[in-house]
Design a binder for this molecule. Structure first.
Ligand SMILES: C[S@@+](CC[C@H](N)C(=O)[O-])C[C@H]1O[C@@H](n2cnc3c(N)ncnc32)[C@H](O)[C@@H]1O
Length: 261
């Protein structure tokens, strides 16, 4: 299966939404949680690679918040990179930012080039587990020994858990976007164990998903609180930052440390 129609979709998103977070996703609460979670792994001297950076929205936020030495963004949609380059003009960040067209399955960087590499909802766009594994291998290749790969991706197991709860209340199941293929945590665990790669999982969206994708419909009239910018989502965003965990968060961050030797 080719990724051509997926690429066309993202090219169009870039034309429609320019520098807005909407180019990637409307759920700005989740985007804030992703940025916060990934940012904890970025230090001031790091050279960071944001793979599937879209229009650079998150890379610019990381530059403001974490001020690493440099962030390179790559995306296979050239209109996304054009949008990122436009936004990058006239900025005066301490961080050096550059953006270029590139594909997570074959990154155009030498081995061990970066301190930290991250993906955010990018591997889920790859149509097979084989291609997803290839993307993960590329992330690991370009990171320095002892460096970090953060995969902030959508996972299948929490989707099943949320849908089981929804089924109990006769709510329709949540479905993946037609071209997404959520990662299976069980397969990723096997892969990483097999390669002796130590990793941790950061469940940073459970309370938010439970609130915004279940309780909102259960205890309110959801038509009174449509979309993402509503007070219910906002409340659960704040609760997420106080309490986390539970396994309901479709977005989880897998943090892999590349062995030193
Ligand atoms: C859901 S958006 C996420 C964007 C961004 N990472 C963020 O945090 O908002 C997915 C992005 O991945 C890019 N993408 C999808 N497949 C890719 C691939 N094979 N190589 C590089 N980028 C890809 C898309 O063009 C799109 O910009």
């Amino acid at each position: 299966m080719s990724q051509d129609h997926i690429k066309e979709y993202w090219e169009q998103q870039a034309h429609t939404h320019a520098d807005s977070h909407w180019a990637s996703w409307g759920d700005h609460w989740m985007i804030d949680l992703e940025i916060e979670t990934i940012g904890k792994h970025i230090g001031p001297h790091d050279h960071v690679l944001d793979i599937g950076c879209a229009n650079g929205y998150s890379a610019f936020r990381q530059a403001e918040l974490r001020r690493p030495a440099a962030i390179t963004g790559v995306d296979f949609a050239s209109a996304m990179i054009d949008a990122a380059n436009r936004s990058n003009q006239n900025r005066s960040d301490a961080t050096t930012l550059d953006f270029q067209v590139g594909d997570v399955r074959a990154l155009d960087f030498a081995d061990s080039s970066f301190d930290v590499a991250y993906t955010t909802r990018v591997l889920i766009n790859l149509p097979t587990w084989e291609q997803q594994k290839q993307g993960i291998a590329e992330c690991l290749r370009v990171v320095k020994p002892n460096g970090l790969v953060v995969l902030s991706e959508g996972f299948w197991e929490p989707l099943v858990l949320l849908n089981a709860m929804r089924a109990l209340k006769a709510m329709p199941p949540l479905v993946e976007h037609d071209f997404n293929r959520y990662l299976k945590m069980s397969s990723l665990d096997l892969l990483l164990r097999d390669r002796d790669l130590p990793y941790t999982v950061e469940d940073f969206s459970s309370i938010y998903y439970l609130g915004s994708r279940f309780l909102r419909e259960l205890v309110t009239d959801p038509s009174a609180y449509p979309g993402f910018s509503n007070p219910v989502n906002e409340r659960f965003f704040h609760l997420e930052r106080e309490f986390s965990g539970g396994g309901f968060g479709i977005q989880q961050a897998v943090v892999i440390r590349k062995p030193a030797g």
